[in-house]
Design a binder for this molecule. Sequence first.
Ligand code: NIG
Ligand code: FE
Length: 420
Amino acid sequence: VTAAAPLLFVDAAEVVTCAGPAAARRGAAMADAGVRRGVAVLVRDGRVAAIDAPAALRRDHPDATVVDCAGGVLTPGLVDSHTHAVFAAPRAAEHELRASGVGYLEIAARGGGIHRSVRDLRATPEDTLVADAVARLAVLPRHGVTTIEIKSGYGLSLDAERTQLRAIARVAATIPQRVVPTCLAAHEVPLEFRDRPDGRAEYVRLVAEEILPAVARERLATFADVFCEPGVFTAAEARTVLDAAAAVGLGRKLHADELHDGDGAALAVAVSATSADHLAAISATGIAALAAAPTVATLLPATMLFLGRDRQAPARPLIEAGAAVALATDFNPGTSPTLNLPLVLTLGVSVLHLSAAEALVAATVNGAAASGLADRTGQVAPGYDADLALWGVPDHREIPYWYGAPPCTATWVRGKLVTP
Ligand code: NIG
Ligand code: FE
């Protein structure tokens, strides 16, 4: 077997490297996306091998296949570090209901929301879940995305969570992008437990003592996640679940302080979670906790927009306090039916007041850190997987600028071309 010829990326107006330590950028360091001009990038065996003057790389690697970047911008492939991309059906009726004034948690209390998606998923064959997700995810190269985290959480029983996680594994084996699987069995208390007197505690026990150990044993997930929110899981319940996750070797993530402050950020730090996500209602104490810990603050502005809420996560105070901020889509059928991560970058700039460089860092190196992949993807740097996105614009600030219509022209995953 002969190795494929190296690739030499030339004539990019800018290479946004995001290069540096294999960890999230925090605070003021988020402003430096490592933008370089006048350089070429050599890729060998699926990894970035060198970034250097084009003439030198051409001379030393005459065998390389030249990739013409045509005056565009080359960036790390984007990392969408928070999605619920495997689900059975859309929930368009709820979108209208909310517009008429019915709240998200009220719809959930009526048996809609997550409960609706649970009913839908349990009634759908695994093959259909896989095929539908693969079809949806075909847009990823158009959005420059090369890594995507996908959560379960619409099964809410040992069998149905297993089915959903198996579907995620099959999606991962089918699509060219890298997939990070997360078990979100603690997404809601399922209706069949709600009606029992001690049902909440019983379900928390089921998740902690049966579902997470089985998921870890069968290697169906890298992370466990909990929806910590008044009316869903309390901080104490979330703690029980996350401690159980740690005990079986799963990483921790948390849906924290989304609609109300419930000390979710502090809890995420206390259990050494890799990320605390949402945070639209985070307190000053929560901001201070994230500023002093490695836990990444993953913000999901498309969700707040789609829910029609005015409140957004305090991105600037988080960054100014020294926290590491990531941006993700939260793609799901209820609160964020979009896979358009560049649109989330637009919201990052227009609504969260990030600079374009901060937004790009948030969706590359920091998204990778939020996915436990800071040493493999999210940077154009020697040794990193050649996960790349090429944008047909001459200035990286135009990536969030052309909102709704991302100018991505091609992506590469581990050096393999994946075109829109
Ligand atoms: O991240 N907040 C909880 N989970 C999802 C919503 C899932 C749903 O409504 O189906 C979220 O917004
Ligand atoms: Fe979510």
